[in-house]
Design a protein around this ligand. Structure first.
Ligand SMILES: [Zn+2]
Length: 206
């Protein structure tokens, strides 16, 4: 059977989206196995062939949206632009970026483009951070970054006990209650306690 050119183009487009979807599922699965056990097996992700409007009226190629389902539940999903002129590796970067937003949002943590925990995760998982930290987030970033990098490094060579440490660290660093400089001593104390455990683990696993 001969397939016409239009059908063939459609087949190529679908195939590309399926490959990108698999890429998203694999990254989600990696985070689920190594950091958080995520409630859903697959990330909610929609591919579109249009550019997307961001909240400032600009144009973007990826967005994580949340809406109220009406019964008190919030539904989050990711929209990703797939167009011929965008390279696959750029789309994969956008997928990682949006999935990191979604994972933090699912856990009720700080999750926007301008928070320390998002910057740290982007740096470790190649998520293309482009935000800007304010004074509070900058202080959190400077204090936490080396500890969490070490914990992620452990996870990359890992077992489940270390995953628990990393999860607790992320939960603390991303906690919305740390929203002012005078609240950060409590955070830094709790990071120090968690990191003593991480240091002990790394010594026993040399
Ligand atoms: Zn973003």
């Amino acid at each position: 059977m001969k397939i016409n050119e239009k059908d063939y183009e459609e087949y190529i487009r679908l195939k590309r989206k399926e490959e990108l979807r698999k890429y998203a599922y694999d990254f989600w699965d990696y985070l689920s196995r190594n950091i958080y056990i995520l409630q859903s097996k697959y990330p909610p992700i929609i591919f579109t062939e249009k550019y997307i409007k961001d909240e400032n009226g600009g144009v973007t190629t990826g967005v994580t949206s949340t809406y109220d389902s009406g019964n008190g539940n919030q539904i989050c999903y990711i929209i990703i632009t797939v167009k011929d002129e965008i390279l696959d590796e750029n789309i994969q970067g956008t997928i990682r970026h949006e999935i990191l937003h979604l994972v933090l949002r699912y856990h009720g943590l700080k999750s926007d483009d301008n928070c320390a925990i998002f910057k740290i995760l982007c740096e470790n998982f190649d998520g293309g951070f482009y935000g800007c930290l304010d004074e509070v987030e900058e202080a959190i970033y400077n204090h936490s970054c080396s500890y969490i990098n070490k914990a992620i490094d452990q996870v990359k060579r890992s077992n489940n006990i270390k995953m628990l440490n990393l999860k607790m660290l992320i939960n603390e660093i991303g906690n919305v209650k740390y929203d002012a400089l005078d609240k950060l001593n409590q955070l830094f104390h709790s990071i120090n306690v968690l990191c003593e455990v991480i240091d002990m683990n790394s010594k026993t696993n040399l």
